[in-house]
Design a protein around this ligand. Sequence first.
Ligand SMILES: [Zn+2]
Length: 317
Amino acid sequence: MTMTGYFTHRDCWKHEMGPGHPECPERLDAIEDRLLISGLDVALDRREAPVAALADIELAHSRLHVAALRGLSDGLKEDIEAGGPSYAQVDPDTSINVSTWDAALRAAGAALAATDAVLAGEMENAFCAIRPPGHHACREKAMGFCFFNNVAIAAKYALERHGLKRVAIVDFDVHHGNGSEDIMAGDPRVLMVSFFQHPFYPMDWVHTGASNLVNVPVPAYTKGMEIRELIENAWIPRLEEFAPEMIFISAGFDAHREDDMGQLGLVEQDYAWITDRIKDVARRHAKGRIVSCLEGGYSFSALGRSVEAHIRVLADV
Ligand SMILES: [Zn+2]
């Protein structure tokens, strides 16, 4: 058995939000190039992501939100045929093109298929190289480059469709996973742990007091060693106590010190360390079951190196 699955789809390259936008298809090229150069690609069980069923997406989003994105996409296609612009705006940073709907279905589909494969014992864990990312997408709202919350959808799917009783969400993106928090706050079947730069986008974080959230704000210029200490003290005891049956990772790599999107000081060795700590919890409580989904990460070189470091630990190579 190959230990680690790798889920992606060409449609995830076709979504783009205009010239110069940091959340661009070349991010996936940076990851693929790095996996090839490092030889890591041959150690992975590479699979094509299917299209997610709308009923599964609606485990985490309202029917209205899903219909609104579909309507926006259909409207854009009509506008383009009539000679209109190639993009439709969702918020100041976020827009769709003709391929966004398909890419979003494949991104969520990757997370769902990875969940199925891991729970079927076909692989121990999986990484989904997907875009659009998901952790800012709220139950009712697309924002911050995100349309559907891939990790929240897969976590709900593991609970509702596979009958798991406890799942954990680990979010190490530099930004607060406000969408995941919106969808998961107060659900005792889910423990969410994260750190994020604060104050920072999306600016709306306040301590809600929901007992299933361990979301730790850190100031700009926090370095890897301090993050490791925070994880050891704030995340690990809660994860151990919760004993998740499966762990989902919102794997954003924009806390890397070379990533200009944020001002934190992580390096690839920190991502390897974090992954190792998560894997240790997963091995003890969850039969090793981890599904990791790409979120942010905008410096191509740092992103490629960090994903390599993350997958090396997942795959034990
Ligand atoms: Zn981010």
